[in-house]
Design a binder for this molecule. Structure first.
Ligand code: NI
Length: 247
């Protein structure tokens, strides 16, 4: 009987000694340290990197609605600069943009270069679209993106709202290629960027959604231009040009 008990004690002591001496037991400890180190660099612990995706020239049925679906699925917000002439066919899309928390902006009535127009014509190009947007989406400020980014020097005073340009331009209208748009944006985007895209091209819509998926994993969050400036502490002023949250 005693022998048996002693043997059991001996075996238990031996097992404990072997287990604590086993070098493999140190592995989980190192693993945990490595995980803790990785966590320190993970985006989940960092402040969100905010960017604004902007979509010009719509609304366009067949691509704008797909983009709205994709943004809603991902909880991402965008800014849409609409061409007056295109709005009538897509009134429901404009209301959807408003209802789903996106920013709506003015991209003139007929997409003319504003630097080639008289003051009177500029006021008309902007005013007509502004009035239509207010009648559909309600009172509010509809910020301006001048077509091609052109505006005569001194003409800013004619625009009663902030002017939005961009800091990232993948030239999506030129390539009409999802891969190259994704690549160009990925290479140049940084927190505070304003990205120029066109939701009239299915290739750009696809690129935007793929970029949102990939960049979300890196800690990026997608907000309207208005929200981007607000988060960076920038107070938007009428007639002033904004290219990113910092320029
Ligand atoms: Ni345009």
């Amino acid at each position: 009987m005693w022998k048996r008990i002693l043997l059991l004690f001996f075996l238990a002591a031996l097992a404990t000694a072997l287990l604590s001496a086993n070098p493999r037991r140190a592995v989980p400890a190192r693993g945990a340290a490595e995980i803790a180190q990785a966590d320190a660099n993970a985006p989940i612990n960092a402040a969100p990197k905010l960017v604004a995706f902007t979509f010009d020239d719509g609304p366009h049925r067949g691509s704008t609605d797909k983009l709205l679906d994709g943004l809603a699925e991902r909880g991402a917000k965008g800014t849409f600069f609409l061409v007056g002439e295109e709005i009538d066919e897509g009134r429901d899309l404009v209301r959807r943009m408003r209802d789903e928390g996106h920013q709506i902006g003015n991209h003139t009535w007929s997409h003319k270069r504003l630097d080639e127009l008289s003051d009177e014509e500029i006021i008309q190009e902007i005013g007509k679209t502004d009035a239509l947007l207010k009648s559909i989406a309600g009172e509010g400020e509809y910020w301006l993106r001048p077509p091609y980014g052109f505006l005569r020097e001194g003409a800013e005073k004619l625009v009663g709202v902030p002017l939005v340009k961009w800091s990232v331009d993948p030239r999506d209208w030129e390539s009409r290629n999802t891969e190259s748009v994704v690549k160009a944006v990925s290479e140049t985007i940084e927190p505070g960027s304003i990205v120029l895209l066109h939701d009239i091209y299915p290739t750009s819509v696809e690129a935007a959604l793929r970029l949102i998926d990939a960049l979300s994993a890196e800690g990026y969050r997608f907000v309207t231009v208005e929200e981007l400036l607000r988060q960076y502490g920038v107070t938007p002023e009428p007639g002033k040009v904004y290219r990113s949250a910092t320029t």
